[in-house]
Design a protein around this ligand. Structure first.
Ligand SMILES: Nc1ncnc2c1ncn2[C@@H]1O[C@H](COP(=O)(O)OP(=O)(O)O)[C@@H](O)[C@H]1O
Ligand SMILES: [Mg+2]
Length: 285
């Protein structure tokens, strides 16, 4: 592995969402502000969409980090559950486990739990990740949960996070009641070119290897063309590029190294170009 070679403490471009690597941009900031406001004001229903890999799950975790203890939170990551299972998972994640699977019992218990929180001037937030996969029944159930309220405020704040298909699903006639309850919608776009450059520097710095790797402008441009600024793809390609640079025994990621990383990622590691670069390494070494 290239860790020791570049002096990294850990892999700078892991693809698991890691809050300690959180990188802020204007759009992430705007989405966070909107969501925090809606939660603080107990507005109810929120939607966050974006293409795969744009940072929705990462942003959701950052949101959780920013909430204080006056907000109880539950985060569901598997929306393929049945309605009773979903309710049970929400209760469980709130630390209010209910063993009986009957939806009615689950909702009663959830309501009691929420009223208790409300009496203590607290609130609760449930985040459902990958919401585009929720069944119609599950979405209807979630709409019913958003009915839990006192005369002044929503007892439960709900954030649906999902791919753009979620917006399409919500646009359907059958879900118009749910749609009418949505108070904020945010959508995440890929990074712009300069944001991508700063994003990469940010990760290299946090991993402890800044200054030991140099990425040439041409390599950045190729990277941007290949990833369209989508963080997950940027991570995958940069990880490959570091591996390629290590194999070539160079701290400089040229356009050629980046091209190699692209090929690697596409499974073309036996392509003639690869042999060429390997040979180059022997020549250089
Ligand atoms: N704001 C960000 N700061 C740091 N890393 C990010 C950010 N957004 C996305 N990433 C990285 O990009 C990858 C994909 O992000 P993820 O949140 O899983 O996307 P999504 O949920 O939209 O598919 C992860 O490895 C994550 O660490
Ligand atoms: Mg995700």
């Amino acid at each position: 592995m290239y860790l020791a070679y570049f002096g990294f403490r850990e892999r700078p471009f892991s693809v698991t969402p890691d809050a300690s690597y959180f990188f802020m941009t204007k759009q992430y900031e705007a989405a966070l502000d909107t969501l925090l406001f809606a939660i603080r004001e107990r507005l109810g229903f929120m939607v966050l969409t974006g293409e795969v890999g744009t940072g929705k799950t990462t942003l959701s975790r950052e949101l959780l980090n920013r909430l204080d203890e006056s907000v109880a939170t539950a985060m569901l990551v598997n929306p393929l559950l049945s309605v009773p299972e979903l309710l049970q998972a929400i209760n469980r994640d709130f630390g209010n486990p209910v063993r009986i699977l009957s939806p009615q019992r689950q909702i009663e218990s959830l309501n009691k739990f929420l009223l208790k929180l409300h009496a203590a001037r607290h609130t609760a937030l449930v985040i459902v990740d990958e919401s585009q996969n929720l069944s119609f029944e599950a979405l209807e159930m979630i709409r019913m949960l958003s009915n839990l309220e006192t005369d002044k405020a929503k007892l439960l704040q709900i954030l649906l996070v999902g791919q753009p298909e979620l917006d399409k699903k919500l646009a359907g006639h059958a879900l118009r009641q749910l749609r009418q309850r949505i108070v904020t919608r945010s959508s995440l776009q890929p990074l712009q070119f300069l944001e991508m450059v700063r994003y990469i520097t940010h990760r290299l710095t946090l991993a402890g290897g800044k200054g030991r790797v140099y990425i040439e402008p041409g390599a950045y441009r190729l990277l941007y063309r290949r990833t369209d600024g989508i963080p997950r793809l940027i991570n995958m390609l940069c990880d490959r590029a570091l591996t390629a640079a290590y194999v070539l025994d160079t701290p400089i990621i040229t356009k050629g190294v980046m091209r190699q990383a692209v090929r690697d990622l596409q499974g073309w590691s036996e392509a003639p170009g690869w042999q060429f670069w390997k040979r180059l390494r022997w020549v250089a070494g």
